[in-house]
Design a binder for this molecule. Structure first.
Ligand SMILES: Cc1cc2nc3c(=O)[nH]c(=O)nc-3n(C[C@H](O)[C@H](O)[C@H](O)COP(=O)(O)O)c2cc1C
Length: 216
């Protein structure tokens, strides 16, 4: 790594806010909702972007960005192609982790748990809500499969458009949503002088959480 980048990192101060036992919500979902709301209200790009980590059959991790589409007490949901690498890995191992980084707020949230597919009706409803162009693109591609060139993709899309001249295609059965049911969270707030605040929540029952402050 270039020394100049390191110099810049070293000069950077974390001064956005603080996190204390007193200000921390008792329910991690409420804490997450408050931070997401603040991030979204401040107008930053893609506040719902999250890194999704999955595990392959040999125990190797893999990561990619997806967009959080909804969340509630049942978990955190996103949509994708079930045939993609992440889809294949989740079919073999439902353990996964999410990571949000709101750099403008010096905040990070880690969430881990187990993943399940959303009911088909919910995936249908979300697919229908998407713009026609996105529906065509999703239906024309087998996510993560190799393709010789861009022209092949464009031809697949054009063929699909010819088969559906009047309206976008229905949801392909291999495209849909997932939900991660969290059993652990960690909230990180950058602080001045690098003495950051960290709080871990671990599930200790259906609705209960054990909260621990961690050293930075
Ligand atoms: C900001 C951003 C948002 C993305 N959102 C999604 C998404 O919601 N769903 C999705 O399948 N891929 C999304 N992608 C693409 C994924 O990062 C990834 O390339 C794709 O899902 C294939 O990953 P896989 O081969 O590991 O399954 C997004 C990428 C970026 C940079």
């Amino acid at each position: 790594m270039d020394a100049e980048f390191d110099q810049r990192d070293q000069r950077r101060e974390y001064q956005a806010a603080a996190l204390s036992r007193g200000s921390l919500a008792a329910d991690p979902l409420a804490q997450f909702a408050a931070w997401l709301e603040e991030a979204a209200a401040s107008g930053i790009k893609d506040p719902t972007a999250m890194a999704l980590a999955t595990v392959g059959t040999a125990g190797e991790p893999s990561l990619r960005t997806v967009l959080l589409k909804h969340f509630d007490a049942d978990g955190f949901c996103w949509y994708t192609d079930y045939r993609s690498r992440k889809g294949r890995e989740l079919a073999g191992n439902p353990n996964a982790a999410l990571l949000f980084h709101w750099r403008e707020w010096d905040r990070q949230v880690r969430i881990s748990g187990t993943v399940e597919r959303l009911p088909a009706a919910q995936s249908d409803a979300y697919f229908q809500s998407r713009p026609a162009e996105s529906r065509f693109a999703a239906a024309a591609s087998v996510q993560s499969a190799p393709v010789p060139d861009r022209k092949t993709l464009e031809q697949a899309l054009a063929a699909l458009r010819r088969r559906h001249p009047n309206d976008a295609p229905p949801r392909p059965p291999q495209w849909g949503g997932y939900r991660l049911r969290p059993d652990a969270y960690e909230f990180w707030q950058g602080r001045e002088g690098r003495l950051h605040d960290r709080f871990a929540f671990r599930r200790n029952g259906p609705d209960g959480w054990t909260v621990t402050r961690l050293q930075p």
